[in-house]
Design a protein around this ligand. Structure first.
Ligand code: ASP
Ligand code: MG
Length: 412
């Protein structure tokens, strides 16, 4: 029998009514002849509440107990969803991660899935079970402890099950009706995409488009899992939403598919560091050890053996970065004149696989920004992405201008 994975996020299981609505949709797929694996999140707000309780009880909490507490929200919805399906005469049962088992690493609170043996679920499907409801976001470590996969992790559970059970598709039901060319709250011209390539989705997800956990897109790309994002609030039809798929399955697309942004970035510059072998390692080694997520890096031309090194990181990591740099200086491992932190920047990026075959995207982008009088502080590029760091107060303007100049309001 063909298989389908259907994932319902927190808002889609927020109340018993919403669970019933989701279960009805599962029933439609069962009636079509699918064996369905349903992955559920915790009811919306639940995980935040559980995290709060852990922090209040123990500020320097034991991560194993954090996982024990925080994973429980999904157990509730899995049981309730199975009961709801049973009330509709659909043979269903719930599974917690450890029962499947979803085998993960022991990196508590951000574990990775290593294997999902299919025998247990397969045996139940063979006995006539139509729906396996699995608690998302959780698994079991080699030591036999409960783990969680990081916030938003039930997306990753869903894709991992779709890969392990060779599902025809993995449908992610959420509260938005798909992936947009940009954030509709910023540009009223934002358009829902019918299709988007894995690579583009991966860039958009890691650039801050929050529809899918980045890790889930990585997995989907690696195992070629067709992923559909759709709303459980509107009409839940077969054509709804956005399909995240192989490049080859996209017939026509714009050169640029989307404009992404990340609001709270800081630009950090170390002035007058020695221009000699080992200097980058002496800077970025301690930053990595301090858990600073460095994004863009620019090294200036040197003058009299000295150069400036600039990098960007999230604003809330500025203190940590400053501490790490000053400590390295005090230890005599690094010499610099000043560390200048500019905390009023943001990052705006354009993403599109069309960039590979089209010249001139960068110049078009820079001209559009300069026409608005926006100064660019740092630029980085990849094969399918150009990012700039600019003053935060121009973020909305930049997103709108780029959305306009690349004609994203119209499909190709
Ligand atoms: N409930 C978890 C969270 O809020 C996992 C998820 O919903 O994806 O992060
Ligand atoms: Mg989510």
């Amino acid at each position: 029998m063909p298989r389908l994975v259907m994932k319902f996020g927190g808002t889609s299981v927020a109340t018993l009514d919403r669970i019933r609505r989701a279960a009805k949709r599962v029933g439609v797929e069962v009636a079509k002849g699918y064996e369905v694996i349903v992955i559920v999140s915790a009811m919306s707000g639940k995980t935040n509440e559980l995290v709060g309780w852990v922090r209040e009880t123990s500020p320097l909490f034991d991560a194993r107990e954090y996982d024990a507490v925080v994973s429980s929200g999904e157990n509730v919805t899995a049981g309730l969803m199975a009961l709801t399906l049973q009330e509709m005469d659909i043979p269903a049962r719930s599974w917690q991660g450890w029962q499947v088992p979803v085998k993960t690493t022991s990196a508590h609170s951000s574990a990775r899935i290593e294997a999902i043996p299919s025998d247990n679920l397969d045996a139940k499907f063979a006995e006539g079970m139509k729906v396996a409801v699995v608690a998302g976001f959780q698994g079991i470590s080699p030591e036999g402890r409960i783990t969680t996969l990081g916030r938003g992790g039930s997306d990753t559970t869903a894709v991992a099950f779709a890969a392990a059970f060779e599902a025809e598709r993995c449908d992610i039901y959420t509260d938005v009706d798909g992936v947009y060319t940009t954030d509709p709250r910023i540009s009223s011209k934002a358009r829902k995409l019918d299709r988007i390539a894995f690579e583009e989705m991966l860039e958009l997800a890691s650039l801050g488009a929050k529809v899918l956990q980045t890790r889930s897109v990585e997995l989907a790309m690696r195992y070629r899992v067709r992923l559909r994002v759709l709303s459980s609030f509107g009409e839940m039809s077969d054509e709804a939403g956005t399909l995240v798929c192989d490049e080859e399955d996209i017939v026509e697309s714009n050169v640029i598919s989307g404009v992404a942004y990340s609001r709270d970035e800081a630009k950090m510059t170390l002035t007058a560091v020695a221009d000699q072998p080992g200097i980058a390692a002496a800077i970025f080694g301690p930053l990595a050890d301090a858990g600073v997520n460095v994004d863009m890096i620019v090294q200036n031309i040197s003058e009299e053996g000295r150069t400036d090194m600039t990098f960007s990181c999230p604003v809330d990591q500025v203190l940590r970065a400053e501490k790490a740099m000053n400590a390295a200086k005090d230890r005599g491992e690094l010499d610099f004149h000043e560390l200048i932190a500019d905390e009023n920047t943001c990052k705006v990026s354009v993403v599109g696989i069309g960039m590979r075959s089209h010249a001139g995207v960068a110049s078009q982008m820079f001209k559009a920004l300069s026409d608005e009088g926006i100064n660019i502080k740092v630029i980085t590029t990849s094969e399918i992405k150009i990012s700039v760091l600019i003053d935060r107060k121009y973020m909305e303007l930049a997103v709108q201008a780029l959305h306009d100049v690349f004609g994203l309001e119209k499909a190709a």
